[in-house]
Design a protein around this ligand. Structure first.
Ligand SMILES: [Zn+2]
Length: 413
């Protein structure tokens, strides 16, 4: 059943990793070796032999470029025969939505509590992954990198959660500047496998979350104006838009809590591997959903007990720092990145095989990630509503329309 949700067209190709060591204990035994990639769509774009070991002004450490350079050389070899990977399966994204909805306080708009609205948000939790089902390159270029963030590359460029640029294109410019200054330290781009031009990128997940948060907030801003002076149809349309935006936001927040979406080690360890972590290129999809399939989905009722009511994350007001939400998001993504190595350690210890008591021990860690996703998502939704200003331009236009007695005139926005 879950297989039907596996979308073959991921932003992340899973390479025949040259470091892979199939046949070892643990995952190698538990993971099915086959790929679910549709051959015509499988691609290499995100083996992503790339980095940003840039100029001195980025404050690079000496060690990381060396480590990375070794990985790059090897990964360049790995650009053939790739199997795409993605984030949590649909069922997991859906569960995150349902958990988040369950901790919205009663002062959150009531239309969200309608069963149809809740079902729609849960469905939309899988929406950005559905956008992978067509080969259109512009969509792949836009959509793919929104699902992940290579934290190591940002660190390599000297960025911290406090200094990562708030604007996605500023980040792109700085990456490119570093590449231009020291091109030899950057991973080679395999143009034959880079039709969608994503190999040069490091992922945009923090920006995808923050930008989508802005859309939810915008929806509440115009809903407030329509509620004051709009028609019932306009209010309903605004509500439907908010439901859509909330559902899409849920996807990206969910992706952030799959640790493998925050790392260059997204599908098996790459490069120097002194601790001997798995290099199995089925690891990503195993964590996405196959492990839960084997050990059983988490119990929603139990996870719900670990959630508190949603609260405002931050409110810059009109004059506060403009990046407060972005900083909260980046902090969150970096915190999920800290779970990458613990996840690999669990695998090494045999706690993610799904076999026996030991093989089920890893479930608790993944359940914890779902709780983190649901809590942060609920907080973002709640913050969007609580901090949304009334759309005063729209309100004025609606008031003029009412004063003119021209209710039949289309709304100005
Ligand atoms: Zn995704």
């Amino acid at each position: 059943m879950v297989g039907m949700y596996h979308n073959p067209q991921s932003a992340r190709g899973a390479g025949e990793n040259p470091f892979a060591s199939f046949g070892q204990m643990g995952l190698a035994a538990a993971m099915p070796p086959e790929t679910r990639a549709r051959p015509e769509l499988a691609r290499a774009d995100s083996t992503r032999a790339r980095g940003c070991s840039g100029p001195a002004q980025f404050g690079l450490s000496r060690a990381l470029p060396m480590i990375f350079a070794r990985w790059l050389v090897c990964s360049a070899v790995a650009l053939a025969g790739l199997a795409p990977v993605k984030a949590w399966d649909y069922e997991t994204h859906r569960l995150i939505c349902q958990l988040a909805l369950s901790c919205l306080p009663t002062n959150f708009p009531a239309f969200i509590r309608a069963p149809a609205a809740q079902e729609r948000i849960a469905f939309l939790g899988g929406e950005p992954d559905r956008w992978r089902n067509v080969p259109d390159l512009t969509l792949r270029h836009f959509n793919g990198p929104d699902h992940y963030f290579d934290t190591e590359l940002a660190i390599l460029c000297g960025f911290s959660p406090d200094t990562l640029p708030m604007f996605r294109y500023d980040f792109v410019v700085q990456l490119e500047r570093a590449r231009a200054t020291q091109p030899d330290k950057f991973p080679p781009v395999n143009e034959a496998k880079n039709a969608d031009r994503t190999q040069q990128l490091a992922g945009f997940l923090p920006w995808a979350i923050t930008e989508q948060f802005g859309k939810v907030k915008s929806g509440f801003a115009y809903l407030k104006a329509y509620e004051e002076a709009g028609t019932a149809e306009e209010v309903s349309n605004a509500q439907q838009n908010i439901i859509y935006a909330m559902g899409v936001l849920a996807h990206y927040v969910g992706d952030a809590t799959q640790p493998l979406h925050t790392t260059v080690h997204y599908n098996g360890w790459v490069g120097p591997n002194p601790r001997g972590y798995t290099t199995n290129t089925s690891f990503h999809r195993w964590i996405d959903g196959e492990y839960f399939l084997k050990v059983g989905m988490p119990d929603p009722a139990l996870l719900r007990t670990r959630l508190r009511p949603a609260r405002v994350l931050a409110d810059p007001g009109r004059n506060g720092p403009p990046d407060v939400i972005f900083r909260e998001v980046v902090k969150f993504v970096f915190a999920q990145h800290e779970q990458v190595e613990p996840l690999y350690r669990l695998e090494k210890a045999g706690k993610l095989t799904g076999e026996g008591a030991l093989g089920r021990e890893g479930k608790a860690m993944l359940e914890g990630q779902l709780v983190r996703a649901a809590q942060f998502l609920a907080d973002l939704w709640y913050t969007a509503h609580a901090t949304a200003p009334v759309d005063t331009y729209l309100r004025t236009q609606l008031q003029r329309r009412a004063a003119a007695g021209a209710a039949a005139v289309p709304a100005p926005k």
